[in-house]
Every structure is written in C-alpha cells, then in structure tokens.
Design a protein around this ligand. Sequence first.
Ligand SMILES: Nc1ncnc2c1ncn2[C@@H]1O[C@H](COP(=O)(O)OP(=O)(O)OP(=O)(O)O)[C@@H](O)[C@H]1O
Length: 258
Amino acid sequence: MSAIPKHIENPYVLYMDGVSVSFDGFKALNSLSLVIAPGEMRAIIGPNGAGKTTMMDVITGKTKPDSGTILFTDTHQQEYDLTRFDEADVANLGVGRKFQKPSVIESLTVFENLEMSLKGGRGLWAALVHKLTPERAAKLDEILDMIDLSDKRDWMAGSLSHGQKQWLEIGMLLGQEPDLLLIDEPAAGMTDEETMKTAELFKRLAQKHSLVVVEHDMDFIEALDCKVTVLHEGHVLAEGSLATVKANQQVIEVYLGR
Ligand SMILES: Nc1ncnc2c1ncn2[C@@H]1O[C@H](COP(=O)(O)OP(=O)(O)OP(=O)(O)O)[C@@H](O)[C@H]1O
C-alpha cells in the first residue's frame, strides 16, 4: 500500500512512493515512500543494512527499482520520472551525489578543482588553458565563499585537511548547479570542529538547494536541526524532529537502543 496520496498538493523536489528493490529475493527497499520539499534539508538515519545506500542508488539511477514511483521536479517546475534515466542523465537533470570518500585531484589547486567541475566546462585541459569568463569567475568566488576556502584557493588540494577536502568536493558538486544534493556520511572521519562547521555549511546550502544527508553521527544530526527520517528494513520507520524520533519506542528498539 502506498503511504502518499497520488495527487500531492505541496511542491516537492523528490517524491518517492512505494519503492521496492530486491536482491536475490531479499527486499533491500520495501515500499519506501519519502517526499522532500524544495529547499528542505533531510537527515536519513537507520541501522546497518536499513537500505540507505540502496535508496540513494535508486534515486540516482544506479539501481532500477522493481516497483514504485520516483519523481524529481527541477527549479523550472519540470517533472521527471527518475526511474527512466541512467546515472549520467540523473546528474544532468540536477541531482548531485557525494560519496563518502573524497575524489578531488590532489595535484591541482583548490581553484583548479572547482574550475574543472563547473557546469558547461570543457574538462581539465580547457580549464587550464582558457581564460575564465567574468560570469564563471564570479560563480567560482561564490562557491569558494560558500565552502569557506576562499583563503586557500591556491593551495594544492592534497595539502588540505580531510574536512577541507570534503568541503572542496561539495563545492565541486555545487559547480554542477544541482537542485538536489545527496550526501553520504559527510561527518565520517572529521574532527568535532570540522563536523560543526559542516553542519553550518549545510544550513547555508539548504537555503538554495534541497539536501538529503545520510549520517550516523547524532551530534552532527542534532546540529543540522532538520527533519529526520529513520529507515529500517527498507522502509520508513519514523519521521520527525530528532527529539521525536529518539523518543519513538520502535526506533529505540531497532536502532538507538542497540
Ligand atoms: N548489490 C547487492 N546485492 C545483494 N544485496 C545487496 C546489494 N546491495 C545491498 N544489498 C543488501 O541490501 C540491504 C540494504 O543495504 P544498504 O547498503 O542499502 O543499507 P545501508 O542502510 O546503506 O547500510 P550501511 O549503514 O551499512 O551502509 C543489506 O542487507 C545489503 O546487504
């Protein structure tokens, strides 16, 4: 049964309803339904094997669902059925995904990494030999400011701390101008200070983008101060503020009370 009415009235950037995926008969997602509003930040938590990664995989076209609806609406109010697109197309539509491991090019500067990532760019070589247009230069300044690396623009990416590399990679995603950002365990391996700075960065980002953040670190989720969805056995177990889901008896039993 689907939990969300077919004709939803509120605007959304992501609409998932009754999404199921099986691997050799095992249901990694079991009628998952989730709606993300434009500009919303949502934290996704759940025990190991709850289906968090599989959820990201079906949104981004990496895994095809066996059944269910996955719709995306971009900033031009154009609606797309994401199940009909492959990974590259989903990224081009405006869904950016950041994996846990940073993949910045360490032998290039912060600025060069960002320049290379800009939407409509022509790759590494063109980025290095062609002069930037004023519009693209302004865009890069804006991103550097957002990720708080303006004073390190000429540093080699390899000399950044782990946290700074993660911010750079988020900046590189922003270069693609996504409407929806999917971010996997951003706080993993960060110092406490970096974790809190990342929460501040995400709050700034959420004013312009929609964010879905998968995370295990409860201090980080508390600092995000956003709605939390708890996944368990491939479906939504609870949803609400962190305080609400923490007080939910079922959540305590399956997850927080482990
Ligand atoms: N390609 C696959 N083939 C078979 N089983 C899979 C595959 N991908 C995921 N699974 C299974 O589906 C379930 C959900 O996995 P998933 O990785 O989505 O969970 P998760 O919530 O991201 O867990 P974690 O917090 O450990 O990353 C797990 O039991 C996993 O073993």
